[in-house]
Design a protein around this ligand. Structure first.
Ligand SMILES: Nc1ncnc2c1ncn2[C@@H]1O[C@H](COP(=O)(O)OP(=O)(O)OP(=O)(O)O)[C@@H](O)[C@H]1O
Ligand SMILES: [Mg+2]
Length: 272
């Protein structure tokens, strides 16, 4: 595994950015959550961001989704400055975001319907995506009739049915048990690798093993306030990956030992 200092990747890589944060600061009143953050997600890259709780991970994702505007600095999506909602991104929230009054199929169909598809076409697309995420035959179930894993699958279908080039995922599997989580991680990787045009993924987690097993690159944030990226690690583990098997390889274990070491050694509690 290759170790590079923060910023080196930015200086040497001239690829197109799916998402680009430049000098971004976010203040909530007197509290500065993010200060002078620079971050790029390359097109087709699977990038994970890890950091301690409350440091500002969801804030970064909200910026990328266009749900929040930076206090200063710029956020660009596919080369265009973001103004308002990022229509080229799908957002998988940490919390359940299914509408309790709609069944699984109608939850997944909602996005295409709002985007102007006919009800029949939206429902057909929803059924196809429910099949792809392993929910064949469960379309008539309401959220309260589904397990946590099933609800996450439905949310994944809800996000992917719109075929966004950018995926924003906020600790999507953190509430699941280990087996279901690994199954979902593998399914996510299979869908990501299997898509005709590879999506750019910004994945938030505080689980380093999850970050390493999924990603092309892991970016570490400093503790808040005034969080910013302080280190990054390209992950050169071979693909396709099985997240359970890859954790047992010496190459992975070598990486998952030193990444936390670096994280704790380099956490910048002063925020400077
Ligand atoms: N709308 C807001 N108004 C005021 N403060 C906010 C707002 N949104 C976030 N914050 C503050 O900004 C900081 C970062 O919050 P954020 O939700 O981004 O953290 P996080 O890294 O996602 O945490 P966790 O790992 O617990 O999900 C926190 O101190 C939070 O209280
Ligand atoms: Mg969060």
């Amino acid at each position: 595994m290759v170790v590079r200092g923060w910023g080196e990747f930015l200086l040497t890589d001239a690829m197109t950015a799916a998402l680009s944060f430049t000098g971004v600061t976010v203040s909530f009143g007197a509290y500065t959550a993010v200060r002078d953050a620079n971050l790029r997600v390359q097109e087709g890259e699977f990038l994970s961001v890890v950091g301690p709780t409350g440091c500002g991970k969801s804030t970064l994702l909200n910026l990328a989704a266009g749900l929040l505007a930076p206090t200063s600095g710029t956020v660009e999506a596919l080369g265009t400055p973001l103004r308002g909602i990022n229509r080229r991104a799908g957002y998988l929230f940490q919390a359940d975001s299914l509408m309790p009054w709609r069944n699984a199929r109608d939850n997944v169909a909602a996005g295409p319907e709002f985007a102007g598809q006919s009800r029949a076409a939206a429902r057909a697309a929803a059924e196809a995506w429910l099949d792809r995420v392993g929910l064949h035959g469960h379309g008539a179930k309401y959220p309260h009739q589904m397990s946590g894993g099933m609800r996450k699958r439905a949310q994944l279908a809800q996000t992917l049915v719109l075929d966004p080039p950018i995926l924003l995922m906020d600790e999507p599997f953190s509430a699941l048990d280990v087996q279901t989580r690994q199954m979902m991680e593998n399914e996510l990787l299979a869908l990501w690798q299997g898509s005709a045009t590879r999506k750019s993924v910004l994945f938030i987690t505080h689980d380093l093993e999850e970050a390493i097993s999924l990603s092309d690159r892991v970016v570490v944030l400093s503790a808040g306030p005034a969080t910013r990226p302080i280190a990054e690690f390209p992950i050169d583990l071979p693909r396709p990956r099985d997240v359970a098997e890859i954790r047992l390889t010496p190459h992975f274990q070598e990486g998952s030992c030193w990444v936390p070491g670096c994280w704790f050694a380099s956490s910048d509690k002063s925020g400077n």
